[in-house]
Design a protein around this ligand. Structure first.
Ligand SMILES: Nc1ncnc2c1ncn2[C@@H]1O[C@H](COP(=O)(O)OP(=O)(O)OP(=O)(O)O)[C@@H](O)[C@H]1O
Length: 465
């Protein structure tokens, strides 16, 4: 395994980004995107959340289990020893600092490791231990006496595949006989050779090339097929069909495992196509709520007026930490420029930054080096910044038709049960259209949004208290 431990360790994010840019079409010019609503790319967000993750997310939510296979009694474990793993694998788990299985692992692992193998569809939010669970299943199913691929793991992008490979490398560090190979862009194989590694982790396009076009390994001999980040996979163009093509070539004996952070209808339909008779395990996300949030609106004439409102409340918002949301990159850049020119120290996070630049901005903000972060919808759900107490909507969130986007409003402002602290939301309104959006949001959540006059010192004092 030493070779691929090294490969994984060598893949630092800056290098990945360089490779990523190498064979992708040139991005649309920044200028053309500046005036459009700035949105997050799901794969980039997922990568960011993974890298930012500070360990296991503990959740109080309970598991929802649907058992489709009546012949496989479901049980859960409270220790890793109870799984009767190979000693080298157990050693790897402990070396990663895992003492006990996470909530989803308690129930998923016995099913993942069961004999005869069982299929699974699992859903839980980022950071709850999904990757660790399926990587353990992948490693424990390998028969090292055979020198051909036995496990396929599909990820939506190069970087996400590398992240999974790194977990496998660490967990399998005491199993040097298990060999892994990345099936990703840039990895080349001689057409006349065969792939001998046991585990292939990669993107659907490359996997199809190797398995179908070049026939470098026998898809029928795959014993475990993992489809990770199904929701991101679907959002990535073309991946849906490629996954189905790969899936069709697998044997009916192959264990099918499907993991996703969210399950809307499209993801569930996809899952049903791929996974026969699955055990379905879902760990619901803790609901965000506006319960502890005081919401205000401020009437402004135009963008300059909004800027003045921010000037007036700046003293108040910079006591703690604040995030200001804008609709477009252009507005975010304009606002940041003006605030910086006025001597305020602000951070900006928008879609024109690379993943590693975003990481750097978030690191600085999280450590308190800047008090105010100006951003767009690129800062999306899943990126929790606990210490933020004030959220300013420089622009209210709207959908493509210009109607209130209540879900995004909740993600920006809402708090989960985990950080039940109180917070403040300030909505800047300039004109009838944005006022009607504000009213629609108020009506949707049935929670008052109160008028705030930022020219009045007493009013401003109110928000501080
Ligand atoms: N049993 C455990 N005990 C302690 N830490 C764990 C355990 N399982 C996983 N972790 C750690 O928790 C974090 C999240 O785990 P993991 O990456 O497996 O979750 P995930 O649900 O796949 O999330 P993501 O999709 O963001 O990767 C990682 O830092 C991982 O090392």
């Amino acid at each position: 395994m030493t070779d691929w431990v090294k490969i994984a360790e060598d893949q630092e994010i800056p290098k990945l980004k360089i490779d990523l840019n190498a064979d992708e079409p040139a991005p649309a010019t920044t200028a053309s995107k500046d005036n459009e609503p700035d949105v997050a790319d799901p794969a980039e967000t997922s990568l960011l959340i993974k890298i930012l993750g500070k360990g296991l997310v503990n959740t109080k939510q309970s598991l929802d289990i649907q058992q489709k296979n009546p012949n496989s009694p479901l049980h859960s474990v409270k220790t890793f020893e109870a799984l009767h793993l190979k000693p080298e694998l157990l050693k790897g788990i402990y070396a990663m600092g895992f003492n006990t299985p996470s909530k989803i692992q308690e129930t998923a692992l016995p099913t993942l490791l069961a004999d005869p193998p069982q299929n699974m569809i699992a859903q839980s939010q980022s950071g709850t231990g999904k990757t660790a669970a399926f990587v353990l299943a992948m490693l424990s199913r390998v028969n090292v006496a055979l020198d051909h691929p036995q496990v396929l793991c599909l990820s939506p992008t190069y970087e996400l595949a590398i992240q999974t490979g790194e977990v496998a490398a660490r967990m399998g560090q005491f199993c040097p006989e298990i060999k892994l190979r990345f099936a990703v862009r840039g990895e080349e194989v001689d057409r006349n050779s065969k792939i001998t590694e046991h585990i292939l982790i990669g993107t659907p396009g490359k996997m199809l090339d190797w398995g179908l076009k070049m026939r470098l390994f026998d898809m029928k001999k795959i014993r475990v097929f993992v489809l990770d980040e199904a929701d991101v996979m679907i959002a990535t163009q073309g991946h849906h069909d490629q996954c189905i093509r790969i899936h069709k070539m697998l044997s009916s004996q192959c264990q099918m495992l499907f993991f996703s952070a969210t399950y809307d209808k499209e993801v569930m339909d996809f899952a049903r196509l791929i996974v026969p008779e699955p055990t379905i395990i879902r760990l619901m996300r803790e609901e965000e709520s506006l319960d502890n949030i005081k919401q205000y609106y401020v009437n402004c004439k135009n963008e300059e007026g909004k800027y003045n409102a921010i000037q007036n409340i700046y003293g108040c918002i910079s006591i703690g930490q604040a995030i200001i949301f804008c609709h477009t990159r252009k507005t975010a850049a304009w606002l940041a420029g003006k605030m910086a020119a006025d001597g305020h120290s602000v951070a900006v996070l928008s879609g024109d930054l690379t993943v590693e630049q975003r990481l750097a901005v978030l690191d600085r903000f999280r450590s308190g080096q800047e008090k105010v972060l100006i951003t767009t919808n690129v800062l999306s759900r899943g990126i929790d910044i606990e210490q933020v107490t004030i959220v300013v909507n420089f622009d209210l969130p709207v959908d493509l038709r210009g109607n209130a986007d209540c879900e995004t409003y909740l993600h920006r402002i809402g708090r989960t049960g985990r950080f039940g602290k109180s917070g403040i939301a300030i909505n800047l309104i300039d004109g009838e259209k944005s006022m009607s959006v504000c009213r629609a949001i108020e009506k949707h959540f049935q929670k008052d949004i109160i008028y705030l006059n930022t020219d009045n010192a007493d009013d401003i004092e109110k928000i501080g208290n």
